[in-house]
Design a protein around this ligand. Structure first.
Ligand code: PEP
Ligand code: MG
Length: 316
């Protein structure tokens, strides 16, 4: 039975009508890769690099970052690796960076906004990533909290300059879609990004105006809210117009029903906590893409998250 279970985990998430969804893990450190692979991960869809900064009292040097990114890629042995550039601010504060106090940190200088103001953080990280790519790491770089076209255009320019300086290979450059403005303007952003990954944790927070950490409102901060699903659908449509692929690395991807709905909405890759992988794979293998598309359409037409939840199983 053990062997059968392990074999099931290593099988792809292919629906009964032959549609394969890429399944990746959210992993932050190289020593967590083997556990993720044993759960059935096919790559890493989100490496949150802020952990390199959070779990220590000082900023890691370019060399230390380079070693970590290279070790991560080596542990994955040519499987895909998406490294997210530093996403500090909001709920992720780093004492030793001594960032100014903000009354509304979730609406403040976080993610890409911080990177664009702090070349001393952005450039060593990009150099470390391009050096790792030059040393053979198969990786993609992803930028968090993108809200507008000029942000990604500017970040791409910095990447191009650093790549030229290092004579490094090209690396796919993607963005997180986690602000409603980005989802609504996905078609414009898709001209400038090689791929999208939807952060449903922040997208839900910003769409519903609910602090993702407020326990009083936790029940209402529901990623199955039809408004959130519509934003994800807009993201997929915008991406399709320019031939880009869309993943999801927020919590909804690791929920078996959420994964089914996301697949029906046209998402190609799901990245999640490693322990969620077996159930998500099993859910997708037991259904058909045509049924999931119909399910997703019904969900988009729902009035409430509760109605969306009540549709669970309608694709069976
Ligand atoms: C998200 O916002 O959904 C996401 C994946 O990023 P984080 O949880 O790190 O903010
Ligand atoms: Mg986020």
């Amino acid at each position: 039975a053990r062997a059968r279970e392990a074999e099931q985990r290593s099988q792809p998430a292919t629906t009964r009508d032959g549609h394969r969804v890429d399944i990746a893990a959210n992993v932050n450190l190289p020593d967590q890769v083997s556990l993720a692979l044993s759960q059935g991960a096919e790559g890493v869809g989100l490496m949150r690099t802020e952990f390199l900064f959070l779990e220590r009292g000082s900023t890691p040097s370019e060399d230390e970052q380079y070693e970590t990114y290279l070790a991560m890629a080596r542990a994955l042995d040519e499987r895909p690796l998406i490294v997210r550039a530093l996403d500090i601010g909001g709920d992720k504060q780093v004492a030793h960076l001594e960032l100014p106090h903000e009354d509304n940190p979730f609406l403040g200088v976080r993610g890409a906004r911080l990177l664009l103001r702090r070349a001393d953080l952005l450039e060593p990280q990009l150099r470390a990533l391009y050096r790792a790519a030059k040393a053979g790491a198969q990786l993609s770089i992803m930028f968090p909290m993108i809200t507008s076209v000029p942000e990604i255009v500017s970040l791409r320019e910095t990447c191009a300059r650093i790549r030229t300086e290092l004579d490094a290979p090209e690396v796919p450059l993607g963005i997180m879609i986690e602000v409603p403005a980005a989802a609504i303007q996905a078609d414009a952003l898709a001209r400038h990004a090689d791929f999208f990954s939807v952060g449903t944790n922040d997208l839900t927070q910003y769409a519903l105006a609910i602090d993702r950490q407020n326990p009083e409102l936790a029940g209402e901060a529901d990623s199955l809210h039809p408004a959130v699903l519509r934003l994800i659908r807009m993201t997929v449509e915008g991406a399709e117009r320019h031939g880009r692929w869309v993943g999801v690395c927020g919590g909804l991807a690791g929920d078996a029903y959420g994964a089914a709905l996301l697949t029906g909405l046209g998402v190609h890759e799901l990245s999640m906590t490693p322990r969620d992988i077996p159930a998500v794979k099993a859910r997708l293998r037991g259904t058909e893409l045509t049924a999931l598309r119909a399910l997703a359409q019904r969900a988009l037409d729902c009035e409430t998250a509760a109605q969306v939840r009540a549709l669970d199983g309608a694709d069976a």
